[in-house]
Design a protein around this ligand. Structure first.
Ligand SMILES: [Zn+2]
Ligand SMILES: [Zn+2]
Length: 263
């Protein structure tokens, strides 16, 4: 069909324009099984992800899927701030992040839902910014028209701002009883905000929450992060690899199965 051929060509063009810092495998020593940040030798999770257990049983996100690392000092890391600049949001950063997100969800959405143990999401939410700026979140504004999912709102409860994991930090609206929620975050630093948001959604009735993160922050100047940062390099976007890609598909298949995660 000419229409599908045109769409395939458009996705192909988008993929070729994308550069990421691919997440390291979860099982690699020194890599956190949840967020893919630096973990101490002998530990499956990083210090921060282990702290998230205080949120309570069953309230953590069912999947955390970083699309890329955001290495401090790189153009990609800067774009994660510039796209939502209060005074002058950068149009180029907005466009490139939107292309990255939509391409990733097109190619790997199914990987994410499978990893979270859920069907395709029925709700969309975005982790609020720490400062509690008024109006819709810039990432929600960007992505919502394309994802066309009902939005589950997340608002910061007065007096609950902070950096620690806190199941009371956010109030979730219209989470939908039993819903599967796609929760987007632009930057994962400690993950406390994203996991607190996941907890709020689950307390409001969501059954599953899958977090997709544009950039997992890594600071090369931090001594715990330096060994990981030293291994990271920019790379072309690979439609056959993601942080939670099925192992059998990742190793390649010679029988021509369609392993892409197209909706
Ligand atoms: Zn972690
Ligand atoms: Zn995948």
């Amino acid at each position: 069909m000419p229409g599908s051929t045109t769409a395939a060509a458009a996705w192909f063009t988008l993929r070729r324009r994308i550069t990421i810092y691919p997440p390291e495998p979860a099982g690699r020593p020194g890599v956190c099984a949840v967020c893919r940040g630096p973990a101490r030798t002998g530990y499956a999770r990083c210090y921060q992800c282990a702290q998230h257990d205080v949120l309570g049983p069953g309230l953590l996100a069912d999947a955390v899927v970083p699309i890329s690392y955001a290495v401090k000092g790189t153009a990609f890391a800067a774009s994660l701030w510039r796209y939502k600049s209060w005074r002058s949001p950068d149009p180029a950063a907005r466009l490139s992040l939107l292309a990255l997100l939509l391409t990733f969800l097109h190619d790997h959405g199914r990987c994410v839902w499978r990893h979270a143990g859920m069907a395709a999401p029925g709700r969309l939410a975005v982790v609020p910014t720490g400062c509690g700026r008024p109006g819709p979140h810039p990432l929600l504004e960007l992505a919502a028209p394309y994802l066309r999912l009902p939005v589950a709102g997340l608002v910061i409860r007065p007096g609950e701002q902070g950096r620690d994991p806190n199941p009371d930090r956010f109030r979730a609206e219209r989470a939908g009883p039993g819903a599967s929620v796609l929760l987007l975050d632009d930057s994962w630093v400690s993950g406390a905000s994203a996991q607190s948001a996941a907890a709020a959604l689950k307390r409001a009735g969501a059954r599953h929450v899958a977090v997709v993160v544009l950039g997992r922050h890594v600071d090369p100047a931090d001594r715990h992060s330096a060994p990981l940062a030293a291994r990271l390099a920019p790379s072309g976007y690979d439609p056959d690899r993601c942080a939670v890609h099925p192992v059998s598909a990742q190793s390649g298949n010679s029988v021509g199965l369609n392993t892409r995660c197209i909706e």
